[in-house]
Design a binder for this molecule. Structure first.
Ligand code: UDP
Length: 239
């Protein structure tokens, strides 16, 4: 018998920036194909998977606002960028024979379903992968906050953020070679140290609702499966 996964229903946050790999823009096909294999492996273990995708590889509202453009319009463009990434993920997952539904916080009925909480849960129960796009549907938020919100709404057992770094460090590991990675951290410690890898709104939401969070490296093969089995990869954030 296979050992049972630690987490039965997982919300996976894929940051847009991580999807572009070494490219300057867009999606690196090699990365999404590999991710699709990891997600297939999770399904084979019977794990229910919802995915929130970011959009930073295509567009961020903040940048344009700094250049003088309306922030809300920029954020709407950013939310639309997450729809594009979600459609790409849908395609690669379907190519692997998985059943997938894209659900958007912004209604785009010609392209995908709208997010309806009870319907999303039903899809998961039927074994479908649910890709949640459009972030929270509101400007001034991030897809990390969207991921926390949706993880709580769909009653996931954990929110896993897969990104370019392999966990939460006490300093920026890119700038400081002496930076140390935490295996485990409390919500408040993560907030106090203003560790850039996750935004404060996302952490507070998970803290207040008791949703465990994990940060793992998107590039390490099999990391996702190991994380879901409860192995100590990345950084776990809990009370
Ligand atoms: N965005 C937004 N509201 C949300 C989620 C995202 O306005 O609830 C916009 C925002 O402009 C953001 C962009 O969409 O910069 C892309 O999302 P994010 O930066 O979170 O993507 P990631 O960092 O994961 O690539």
């Amino acid at each position: 018998d296979q050992p049972a996964p630690r987490y039965q229903r997982v919300l996976l946050k894929l940051s847009g920036e991580a999807l572009m790999g070494d490219q300057a823009f867009g999606i690196d096909p090699a990365i999404i194909f590999r991710l699709a294999d990891d997600i297939l492996a999770l399904r084979a273990m019977g794990v229910e998977v919802a995915i929130v995708v970011g959009g930073g590889n295509i567009f961020r509202g903040e940048g344009l606002a700094k250049a003088g453009m309306d922030r809300v319009t920029g954020d709407q463009m950013g939310m639309l960028a997450t729809v594009m990434n979600g459609l790409a993920m849908q395609d690669v997952l379907e190519q692997r024979g998985l059943e997938v539904r894209v659900m958007s916080a912004l209604s785009i009925p010609a392209v995908c379903e709208s997010f309806i909480r009870r319907r999303a849960i039903r899809h998961l129960e039927k074994g479908r992968i649910v890709i949640l796009v459009g972030g929270t549907g509101n400007p001034f938020f991030t897809t990390d906050s969207g991921a926390s919100l949706r993880a709580i709404e769909i009653q996931a057992n954990i929110m896993i953020k897969a990104t370019k770094v392999d966990g939460i460090y006490n300093a920026d590991p890119v700038k400081d070679p002496a930076a140390r990675r935490y295996d485990q951290l409390t919500y408040n410690a993560a907030l106090d140290q203003r560790l850039g890898v996750m935004d404060a709104t996302a952490i507070v939401l998970c803290r207040d609702q008791g949703m465990p969070m994990m940060v793992i490296d998107i590039h390490a093969p099999n990391n996702l499966v190991r994380a879901v089995m409860g192995e100590p990869v990345g950084t776990l954030v809990t009370a």
